[in-house]
Design a protein around this ligand. Sequence first.
Ligand code: HEC
Length: 152
Amino acid sequence: MTIRPILCVFASLAAVGAASFAVAEAHDPVALREAKMTTVGQSTQIVGDMLRGNTPFDAAAANAALVAMRDAAQGFGELFPEGTELAGSNKDAAAPAIWENRADFDAEIAKFDAALEAAVAAEPQDMEALAAAFGPVGQGCRSCHQNYRVER
Ligand code: HEC
């Protein structure tokens, strides 16, 4: 594993949301891909809380979360250079299988991007529409994580 400059370690630890993208991007694809996933996770939480009835349905907040996810997912596939399997400072990491099945991993990404694009375009205005729009997005998380993310 390459030794990353100390500033990048801080960027990685502080990788919460869009604000850290610029800092992370300049240095470190691992920190950036983790930051993107963190944003995707936070937005999923917002949508999931609404779908489970934990928070009241809010069309503007739901649509903003879908847009944030769609935007964060852009360029995700470019952040997996050779030699960065199992890298990073978090409790999960990119599985070596990504580099063994690159075409399939890229297909997962394309499917996920398409699901997000469709969800944003649907502009759901009620719970039912949100559930329908988010379904394929949630399936995308599960099927990609199952094969290409390892917990540790
Ligand atoms: C195309 C594959 C793929 C899809 C789709 C995907 N993820 Fe991930 N996700 C990953 C990989 C790979 C990692 C591990 C990245 C790393 O640590 O280098 C990850 C890590 C994460 C993390 C941990 C971030 C961190 O700080 O390390 C969260 C949270 C997460 N994903 C949430 C989601 C959610 C929620 C969805 C669906 C809305 C989703 N992901 C869709 C591949 C994917």
